[in-house]
Structure formats: C-alpha cells, structure tokens
Design a protein around this ligand. Structure first.
Ligand code: B12
Length: 232
C-alpha cells in the first residue's frame, strides 16, 4: 500500500451539488458495503427532495444498476446481496422519527405476497407512510394470504393494505390475497394497493381486484392520502 489514507469524515462535506449524488456513486457505495457514506449520500439528497422522490429516483436507479451488473455477470450474487444488505442498513439509519401522531394514525399493513422475496420497496414505503402520519405494520416478504387475512381481521384499525410482487407470475397470488383481505375486512372500508415490479404490467387493478396500482412511492402517497379515514 503506497499511501495510508486518513479516514473520511462525511460531516466535513457540506453543500454537495445535486449531480454528485448520482445512482452510480450510490451503487458503488452499496456494493462496497459502505453504509456510512451511502447514508450520507441519501441524507444530502433528502435535503433538497422528499424522501419518496429520493427513493423513487436515486435509490431505485442505483439498485437497477446493481441488477444490471448482476444480470450481465459483472457483479456476483455476493455483490448483489451485500448491496441489498447495505441498503437495508442505510434505510435503518435514515428512518423518520416517529411522533405521537404517527403512533396513533390509521393503520397501513404492508406485505409481499406468497413467494415474493423482494421487500426493500416495502421498507421504503413504510418510511414514506410513517412520515405522512400513518402507523405502519410492515409484515415483510413471502406472506401467506391466510395469515395476512387473520392479521387484518384482528386489527380493526387497518385502513389500507399495500401488497408487493415483482412479476406476472404472482398475479394469482395477488388476486387470492385481495379476496382473503376483503373477506377478513368484512364491511369495513379498506383500500388495497398493489406495487412493485408488477405495477408496470397493464390491467393489474382489474386482474387482481385491487383498488389501485402504484408504480412510484409518490403515487402510493397520493393513493394513501385519498383513502385516509376522514376522522384520522
Ligand atoms: C435486490 C434484488 C433481489 C434480492 C431482494 C432482496 C430483498 N431483501 O428485497 C433477491 C436476491 C432476494 C432477489 C431475488 C430474485 N430476483 Co431480484 N432483484 C433485485 C434488484 C437488484 C433490486 C430490487 C430492489 O430492491 N430495488 C430497490 C427498490 C427501492 O426499488 P424497486 O424494487 O424498484 O421499488 C420501487 C418501486 O417499484 C416502488 N415499490 C416497490 N415495492 C413496492 C410496493 C408497494 C406496495 C408500492 C406501492 C410501491 C413499491 O418503490 C420503489 C421506489 O420507487 C432488482 C433489479 C431492479 N431492476 O430493480 C432485481 C429484480 C427485481 N429481480 C429479478 C429476479 C428475476 C429475481 C429472481 C427470480 C432471481 C432468481 N433467478 O432467483 C429472484 C426472485 C425471488 C423471489 N421469489 O421473489 C428481476 C425481476 C424481473 C421480473 N419483473 O420478474 C429484477 C428486475 C432483475 C432483472 N433485471 O432481471 N432479487
């Protein structure tokens, strides 16, 4: 090693131009496992854009690059796993502070349908809804619809359920989950939203029986605001 570089103190870098905070930079930090600098990158991006915009832009694009490099064989599964793991650690570091209001807000339940292992988008959605004053129960990936339905039946304050799936092979699982949730909710008003990679496919609302489909988290925010109970 020719040089012994001093440790980098991210706090020493202020007023960072927005174009420095690129998906390329974030992807390389994530694949290096550098959660501290990656969190610094996201905090800086959130100084000028909303959390949802940063997740829909910088974070999504960075992980797309991870996916492209993985698919092209330039990065291994180990690289992708480290990038995903690092992103989850970063998201933990930038969690929005919970307020008394967000502990008693209307309840949103988030879940990946049976067989679905992609859950980073749900963690992003959890933070966006929490910041908007929802109480969020993020049940994570691969949730059997009977258990999801039981959870909804047991919690009378559930006002919204957001389900994720990455591809068309999960249309049936989504449709089954939607039916199970509606039966469990009975006569209660309960809005069901679908997101994740499957949201790019046409006709998903009709084919699954959901109330809405959101490609982006900003779309999900609009849906949630529209379906928020009037008294909350
Ligand atoms: C990380 C990753 C994984 C990780 C997931 C780790 C985890 N803990 O989540 C692991 C290794 C498990 C994985 C597995 C697989 N993966 Co993968 N994966 C990815 C990758 C690289 C990044 C996904 C990610 O987390 N992005 C970060 C988040 C923030 O962005 P996002 O997911 O795009 O979500 C955005 C929106 O969709 C929205 N959103 C997301 N979820 C939700 C939910 C709701 C309710 C709402 C409203 C909005 C919303 O918000 C986000 C911000 O805008 C993508 C590449 C890519 N192009 O995205 C492939 C990708 C999604 N995977 C893919 C594939 C094929 C697989 C596997 C089948 C691979 C295999 N042969 O085993 C398996 C499937 C496993 C399963 N049964 O589900 C394909 C999906 C193709 C398709 N449409 O079906 C992709 C696109 C890669 C590719 N180009 O081929 N994967």
């Amino acid at each position: 090693m020719p040089f012994d570089l001093p440790p980098v103190d991210p706090a020493a870098f202020r007023d960072v131009p927005a174009d420095v905070l690129s998906p390329e930079l974030l992807a390389s930090l994530l694949v290096d496992g550098d959660d501290e600098l990656a969190a610094w990158t996201l905090r800086n991006a959130m100084a000028s854009s909303s959390r949802a915009e940063v997740f829909d832009g910088l974070v999504r694009d960075a992980m797309r690059m991870v996916g492209e490099n993985w698919r092209a064989g330039r990065w291994s599964i180990a690289d992708e796993h480290l990038a995903s793991r690092t992103l989850l650690a970063v998201l933990e570091q930038i969690r929005p502070a919970t307020t008394p209001a967000s502990r008693v807000g209307p309840l949103a339940v988030l879940a990946g349908v049976a067989g679905e292992h992609h859950m980073i988008g749900l963690v992003c959605l959890e933070q966006v809804l929490t910041e908007d004053g929802w109480t969020v129960a993020n049940l994570g990936s691969d949730m059997p619809d009977t258990d999801l339905a039981n959870f909804v039946a047991r919690n009378s304050s559930v006002a919204m359920v957001a389900l994720t799936a990455s591809g068309v092979e999960r249309v049936e699982a989504l449709a089954e989950a939607v039916v199970a949730i509606r039966v469990a909710g009975g006569a209660r008003p309960l809005a069901i939203l679908i997101g994740g990679g499957i949201s790019y496919e046409p006709g998903m609302k009709e084919r699954t029986g959901a109330d809405g489909v959101a490609v982006l988290l900003t779309d999900a925010q609009t849906f949630a605001a529209r379906h928020r109970p009037a008294d909350s």
